[in-house]
Design a protein around this ligand. Structure first.
Ligand SMILES: O=P(O)(O)OC[C@H]1O[C@H](O)[C@H](O)[C@@H](O)[C@@H]1O
Length: 297
């Protein structure tokens, strides 16, 4: 197999970004700021992720779009700033990542690493190493492999989510499938617990739910595009589904909410515990396929 090296260039406001491409012209961009994927294009050059028309590429503001990494705290579920701090840190390219035996080296990929800094240890006193592999698979799928290692002498807990903003034709034309009959915490109602009895999630106002103990596969069916985004996750039992609708978000254009949905692999209800030296691995794999005529299971 041919190994394709990544490109390292300056992106918006001079922030460094990595671009990986495969031989069919698909590409993925990752900013070192946040270790954040900001673009994923198919062989036709179509963008599959959403980026806010008002995104601010200026640290310490988090970038509104793509795939933010939320660690070591999801949302306001603990004492840290909301969604933790690694989306506001400068990651580095990891030239020598430990092998990933169950994921044979894809031809286009990059490995990033973030370690606890002395300043971060003041707000979260746990030494860790977060390794992130971003890869384009043979079928054009996008894979993010997260590995968090406890490099400290005492155990720690964390909560986590990857927050992909998936591009959709129109929020009114999509449905999210695979979460029926599950319990969720409604994040607009102080995380009150409900059971979802609908066949699929549709959107006609703000929605912010933390689904508990979900299957590994969730689908975003886009009726207008006739495409389905298949979200496959491993290592995280929960999933967040979010669209802000009319809610004011400063770095989001007024009509932007129409063009994305966030479906997030998450570990929130039961924080992940790591003993010294122990490592946790989480995988997010996404592909876009033509919608089937019947969208049932
Ligand atoms: O504005 P942010 O800090 O990036 O958070 C954006 C959103 O992230 C998640 O999807 C949460 O469930 C939402 O409650 C939150 O509004």
């Amino acid at each position: 197999t041919e190994h394709r090296p990544f490109e390292r260039t300056k992106g918006i406001n001079g922030l460094e970004k990595i671009t990986i491409r495969d031989r069919r012209g698909r590409s993925v961009e990752v900013y070192l700021y946040g270790g954040q994927v900001t673009s994923w294009k198919n062989e036709k050059g179509e963008e599959l992720l959403f980026m806010s028309t008002k995104a601010i590429f200026e640290p310490p503001t988090p970038i509104r779009g793509g795939i933010p990494v939320l660690f070591p705290q999801y949302s306001n579920t603990g004492p840290l700033p909301s969604h933790g701090f690694v989306r506001q840190r400068f990651w580095e390219v990891d030239a020598n990542p430990p092998p990933l035996p169950s994921h044979p080296s894809p031809n286009a990929h990059v490995d990033l690493i973030l370690k606890s800094s002395p300043e971060d240890l003041k707000i979260w006193p746990h030494k860790y190493e977060y390794r992130l592999r971003v890869a384009l698979g043979r079928g054009g799928d996008l894979t993010l492999i997260s590995r968090v290692k406890n490099s400290d002498v005492k155990p720690f807990n964390f909560t986590f989510a990857l927050h992909p903003y998936f591009a959709v034709s129109d929020i009114s034309e999509i449905q999210v499938e695979g979460l029926q009959n599950l319990d969720y915490l409604d994040q607009q109602k102080n995380r009150t617990r409900f059971t979802d009895h609908e066949k699929a999630i549709t959107f006609n106002s703000q929605l912010d739910r933390l689904y508990l103990s979900t299957p590994n596969k969730i689908r975003i069916v886009d009726h207008k595009k006739k495409k389905t985004v298949v979200v496959y996750k491993k290592g995280t039992v929960d999933a967040v589904v979010w669209n802000p609708w009319e809610k004011k978000v400063v770095d989001l254009g007024v009509e932007d909410y129409r063009h994305f949905v966030a479906v997030e692999p998450a570990a929130v209800a039961k924080p992940i515990t790591l003993k010294p030296g122990q490592e946790w691995k989480g995988v997010l794999q996404v592909c876009v396929v033509p919608s089937r005529r019947s969208t049932g299971n």
